[in-house]
Design a protein around this ligand. Structure first.
Ligand code: SAM
Length: 284
């Protein structure tokens, strides 16, 4: 088939379609209709999407679009759109582009003047926020933390003073360590919710202080299985933010100075109590 643009033909639309994060009943009627109607579906893992489509009796051409080939595929796909074909973009689960591939294709399509239209639906981040019971008027989505302990701790230190609710994705391999690191960086009393296997058989949402969540997950191997979203309360506007900033500065200085000196300097620089910085998270 030739994909040369035909000037007489209207360009197609790129539909960005959300798919279930577990429960197949969450694929909306409009998503099903769109996936049935398009000329081809760009999918992160074509085998995975083929199974989803088979469940709904949808047969479609599938084009693999993942982080390794997105750049080169985007040009060809835009040509097809320009030639009048409409396409859908899906990821393995939830909303494409949310910690998933797709932004290069969407950008290329928009730059080419192609209509890009969402078919909204599930996303683990919004699903978790909706059940966490934490302030949701302002929040930050941090996606996945760095996989290595050093990078993860550094990122958490940087986020310690963030007053908005924080949302993270995490894998089963690291959930226990991440909770421990969060209790260190944000303080053991900071409230959080751990949303596991949302919309699936073993859905659980635990909430409580970070230290209690960390202990629960450490003791119960079942709570380390599956997929996770962590929703963490932001730092309190005043005292907690100052303390978090003090801890961050202390962490940086302590890499180069004796702890007591680092604590004194960090306390002077940030206004955090020196005792709370040196000698453990509560200053004991
Ligand atoms: N695009 C997806 C979305 O909109 O949610 C997210 C893709 S990201 C690669 C996958 C991560 O999302 C998982 O590692 C997990 O942190 C989270 N996730 C996906 N499905 C989930 C579920 N059913 N319950 C809890 N977390 C989930």
């Amino acid at each position: 088939m030739s994909h040369a643009p035909d000037p007489a033909r209207q360009p197609g639309t790129l539909h960005v379609v959300a798919t279930p994060i577990g429960n197949l009943g969450d694929l909306s009627p409009r998503a099903q209709e769109t996936l049935r109607d398009v000329a081809a579906i760009c999918a992160e893992d074509t085998r995975h999407t083929r199974r989803l489509l088979a469940h709904f009796g949808i047969e479609a051409e599938l084009v693999a679009l993942h982080e390794h080939n997105e750049q080169q595929q985007a040009g060809r796909l835009v040509e097809r759109l320009q030639a009048g074909e409409s396409l859908a973009l899906v990821s393995d689960a939830g909303t494409p582009l949310v910690s998933d591939p797709g932004f290069r294709l969407v950008r290329a399509a928009r730059e080419a003047g192609i209509r890009v239209s969402p078919v909204p639906g599930p996303s683990a981040l919004v699903a978790a926020l909706s059940v966490a019971g934490l302030p949701s008027d302002r929040f930050v989505f941090e996606g996945f933390l760095p996989a290595k302990a050093g990078g993860r701790r550094e990122r958490l230190q940087q986020l310690a003073g963030e007053p908005r609710t924080l949302i993270f994705y995490e894998s089963s391999h690291r959930i226990a360590e991440t909770l421990e690191d969060m209790a260190q960086a944000f303080g053991p009393h900071r409230h959080a919710a751990l949303a596991r296997e949302l919309t699936k058989l073993f859905e659980t949402v635990l909430d409580g202080p970070l230290s209690a969540l960390a202990e629960r997950v450490r003791k119960d191997p079942d709570q380390r299985k599956g997929e996770f979203v962590l929703v963490v309360e932001g730092a309190g506007e005043d005292g907690e933010a100052v303390l978090a900033q003090g801890r961050r500065v202390y962490g940086l200085l302590a890499a180069h100075l004796p702890p007591s000196k680092a604590a004194r300097l960090a306390a002077d620089l940030t206004g955090a109590p020196r005792k709370a910085l040196y000698g453990g998270e509560d200053g004991q």
